[in-house]
Ligand binder design. Sequence first.
Ligand code: ATR
Length: 285
Amino acid sequence: TQHFIVIGNPIAHSKSPEIHALFAEQAAIDIRYQRQYCPDDAASFTAVVEAFFNGGGIGANVTVPFKQIAYDCCVARGGLSEHAKVAGAVNTLLLNTALLESGTPIADALYGDNTDGQGLVNHITSLGWPLKGARVALIGAGGAARGVILPLIQAGIGALTIANRTLSKATNLVDELSTASETIDKHSIETCATSELTGQFDIIINATSIGLSGDTLPLDNDLNCHYAYDMMYGRTLPFLQHFAARDTQTSEGYGMLIGQAALSFERWTGHTVDVTQATNTLSGR
Ligand code: ATR
């Protein structure tokens, strides 16, 4: 049996065990995937992670509020993937086997990846929404937005506008990302306040935490797009309601959740996941 965990606080609501159990069923392998509560501090997180990998664990997912702490943990130890580096956050932990083979202790071989952004790109692609050359607006400039920018650019989008309630956070984010990655050219990314975002886009993505607060975004009446994606899921989403009466296809972020999980699973086990089949099975339950 291969052991996996998802570490978060709170964690009881996590759907990851159910999702990974289905992937394991598809791959016909024997796994145990558990929710792992952790007190909200860096020392406790490190202790939990070390105990897990020292005990023979294969991989861990990291969720709120530990993604940045996991990043710090890996910087100082086994390293980071390009996506984790640019996102400034880790959602997938594994051991750096090259380091282990050269005699590095387990606790110093922790390697961090981030599959959130590629999970979004894969879901959008599976919906049949064209990304190549697309004019994309991304709303939000927090951790969730940051994690998807490099994968969107790598997917070949044509133009990117980042809108945020606090404009300075969007411009700072673009400055930071262009320093962190050669693929991100700050002169090719526009920024604006969310209330100023207007006109026609191909795809608009909501990466704010707005769905949780019950607030609404100040979206302009003349803001239109062919496709609107909300990275949140599971309830009535005010962002998508803006597009309800328009000629817009919409999606919530449940497929992104499955998409990022599938990439973690593939990274850990080497087995490919049939994401469409998994999504159909899980949404039918
Ligand atoms: P996350 O990790 O989920 O991205 P975060 O880093 O706290 O969380 O970022 C939250 C994002 O949602 C930010 O872009 C935030 O806008 P500000 O930078 O202006 O704070 C946005 N957000 C949260 N509540 C919002 C609200 N009521 N109206 C508009 N934007 C909101």
